[in-house]
Design a protein around this ligand. Sequence first.
Ligand code: ATP
Ligand code: MG
Ligand code: MG
Length: 555
Amino acid sequence: ANEKSLNFIQQIIEEDLQNNVNDGRVHTRFPPEPNGYLHIGHAKAICLNFSLAQQYQGKCNLRFDDTNPVKEDTEYVDSIMEDIKWLGFEWEGEPHYTSDYFDQLYDWAVQLIKDGKAYVDDQTAEQIAEQKGSPTVPGTESPFRNRSVEENLDLFARMKNGEYKDGEKVLRAKIDMASPNMHMRDPLMYRIMHAHHHRTGDKWCIYPMYDYAHGESDYIEGITHSICTLEFEVHRPLYEWFIDNITDTEYRPKQREFARLNLSYTVMSKRKLLELVTDGHVNGWDDPRMPTVSGLRRRGYTPAAIRNFADTIGVAKRNNVIDVSLLEFCVREDLNKTATRVMGVLDPVKLVITNYAEGEEEWLTIDNNPEDENAGTREIPFSRELYIERNDFMEDAPRKFFRMTPGREVRLKAGYIVMCEKAVYDADGNITEIHCTYDPKSKSGSGTEESKRKVKGTLHWVSAKHAAKAEVRVYDRLFNDEAPDGHKDKDFKDFINPDSLEILKDCYVEPCLKDAKAEDHFQFTRLGYFSVDKDTNADQLIFNRTVSLKDSWAK
Ligand code: ATP
Ligand code: MG
Ligand code: MG
């Protein structure tokens, strides 16, 4: 790759490689906390870390950062592994867990105490917070700061042995209460939490804090480039302090920060996403309206689309908001190349071809995907009674209405040119059927003069007696505000779009779709991209609309 096309993280890595830093190894990691499902922001971090390892013949670990047992669960561990594999990445060896290092982390904490660099504090969280000071005002030292090493060792052992209640004591690093960097003002290393851990069970009642555990875990795993989001930039001196004060090897993991992904019209914190799930605003973490990897997958997004999206947005050093339409663009681009074109009618009205013999049928040939030479063709049934979209007919149409209206011709996709005669109404004024006649010589692809006749509109349709009935779920944005969590006096849930899900129960699709499987992708001609929902079964075919077509046809 040439100099210019490298992003700033690649530049850092290439410089490190040139200087043979850490023996010229590249070893990254993706370190999720198993307290929720992964979202598109995590997907960006996954693509970044795993791709860097691929580019530089390095390795990428998966590490579960499981230091807060009250929020974590094996359900999340499983879903995270599933999502990473689905995105197309493979971690190095077995997954790692910060909890595997609890013994080592404890021993290192003891070592810091012995070196006079950590102490047990009996104060409450509130007292400690009050003493923190502010960036311009130095903090106040804890009255317990100068305990003897012996006393600290004894108290820390008792903390570990469960002699104290939650919050009664903490272990703090003894650094500098006057540091201009607030994170260096004697940060917490351990807290007491009598909680069952999904892996270590009841072995521990003290748990290490992120700032302590993270860098040390990187160190244990031999990570060279520990890439995290910008808000951790101010934690970097602390990350380095712990490693410097614990180890004396030349090897050093390096923390570097990039801008987190923010996406318009959604929220992207696991806490908020969990709230949407538990409050029933969505139907689970994989609801197709969720910005989670599993939600996007169920919606019909492909791994390639998400990887391309991550690539397209690149890595930035400043926080910004990406428009959700870019994500939609990426999935359209991918599905346009791969999705089979089929016909489905979402709001059906019957079209009767009055001069087509009753009981007759024929099979027409249609391209599976004109964008893909190898996609081949298939046969679709045509008969006297079809379904077309209700809004493809208009009684008194303006001149530029190129669909169905009495006295004008349209083409039925892959079929014939038909002349619209009239609509038939019921007593309430609703259209029950539309009548037309067809020109038997105008069949698509037949080469006749009639088939070459210029007709402005082409409509999609399905044969009524052959079609499969389907439910189609049409999604809109989950929030009707660009930045639902960006309002000071309002809760993000105040901006939930009440019309984000429309369920269409009486749709009809081509018979070949009866055999479609969950997660199959299709382009419904003129309508958009659709994917088979996991709830589909032999009695009920269910599709999710992934995204509309780029140029949505005039309504
Ligand atoms: P959230 O704040 O959404 O709950 P988190 O940062 O607490 O997410 P972690 O499980 O700690 O979630 O994150 C795992 C990795 O994913 C971290 O390295 C983090 O930097 C990265 N990550 C999380 N959110 C984003 C995002 N929006 N954009 C890019 N990377 C992200
Ligand atoms: Mg977190
Ligand atoms: Mg977070």
